[in-house]
Design a protein around this ligand. Structure first.
Ligand code: SF4
Ligand code: SF4
Length: 327
């Protein structure tokens, strides 16, 4: 099984190495909401060290948002994301059959081979906003030939999140058409590290990094903006992206959703029930936490979930990165 995170092999440690330092609590949206050790990596690791069965942790582990903020802060370098996904795989989820059926149906609809050197995997959220997707397509088209992939692996992403094993034929149906692409741009931060492992020869970038690299977008960032980095993609390539966003901060002067350790604080707190549509998102407390103490005039988001969370509570304009570019 491939690790979720791109760490050195020496860094692959497990829950048995948890020292109980509690640093993961400081960045965890689930901990901030529940204030209960049972809903934290520290709590799960300590429970497992003392003989708890995965089923004992089921409800708490399903609440994890897989934002990955806890991973870079862990001084023991425990692969917390891998620990969480392993626990989820050990718990039979009621939606497993539905997710398997969705992947089987998608595997029977193979996508054509990707012809351009750059592919965009737009993801379900962006496809639901065709005007924004068209705008992104126009922007990326100016930067070079590219095409939106027919298959963006939205079903695979959901299965991975739920701990459901992805069948080899479905994985091949996603990967094979992308083999000609040198560069892959991914809107879904969960998929990014997996694609990097499935397609090691390709350069894989998040949509947020790609758009914020464009001068047409970058020059319209203001010093009074709060720029919301999408946490999943950021923490999956943390060491490199800390430097990337630090350069952007110095150049444009905007504020970021980064704490002192340069961990990206998420604006949403969506666990597995919300991802599967079994419970309504309730992001208000998390979004308020991000805004606390800031003086800003606009919020710029890399992903649409953050836009929805802030539009509900913020009172300042909330725009997607792609909307910054001049027409
Ligand atoms: S991935 Fe995010 S929500 Fe899950 S335990 Fe880590 S910090 Fe908390
Ligand atoms: S940061 Fe790591 S070592 Fe510290 S309590 Fe959390 S999981 Fe354990």
């Amino acid at each position: 099984m491939l690790s979720l995170f791109q760490k050195t092999s020496a860094a692959h440690k497990s829950y048995s190495d948890c020292s109980g330092c509690g640093l993961c609590l400081l960045v965890c949206p689930v901990w901030h909401r529940k204030r209960d050790l049972q809903h934290s990596p520290q709590g799960w690791a300590k429970a497992l060290q003392h003989g708890a069965a995965p089923g004992d942790l089921a409800d708490a582990v399903q609440d994890c948002t897989l934002c990955r903020a806890c991973d870079p802060v862990c001084p023991e370098q425990i692969d917390i994301g891998a620990m969480i996904l392993k626990l989820r795989r050990q718990m039979a989820h009621p939606q497993t059959a539905a997710l398997q059926g969705r992947m089987a149906a998608q595997a029977r609809r193979p996508a054509p081979a990707h012809q351009e050197k750059t592919a965009l995997l737009a993801g379900a959220a962006l496809r639901a906003h065709p005007a924004l997707l068209n705008r992104i397509t126009a922007l990326l088209g100016k930067a070079g030939a590219f095409a939106v992939a027919h298959d963006d692996g939205a079903d695979i992403s959901l299965a991975l999140e739920a701990g459901v094993v992805v069948p080899p034929d479905r994985l091949a149906a996603l990967i094979e058409p992308l083999r000609r692409a040198d560069k892959i741009i991914v809107a879904d931060g969960l998929l990014l590290p997996y694609l990097a492992q499935w397609l090691p020869a390709a350069k894989i970038y998040s949509l947020g990094e790609t758009l914020s690299s464009l001068e047409a977008v970058r020059r319209n960032l203001r010093s009074t903006d709060l720029y919301m980095i999408e946490p999943r993609a950021y923490h999956a390539d943390y060491v490199r992206l800390v430097k990337y966003y630090d350069r952007l901060r110095r150049e444009r002067g905007c504020d970021f959703n980064l704490d002192l350790q340069r961990i990206a604080i998420p604006a949403t707190a969506r666990g597995l029930p919300q991802r599967l549509g079994l419970a309504m998102p309730d992001d208000d407390a998390q979004a308020h936490w991000v805004l606390h103490g800031r003086s800003i005039t606009r919020i710029v988001v890399e992903n649409l979930e953050d836009r929805a969370a802030f539009e509900k509570i913020s009172g300042v304009p909330v725009v997607h990165l792609a909307e910054l570019a001049d027409d």
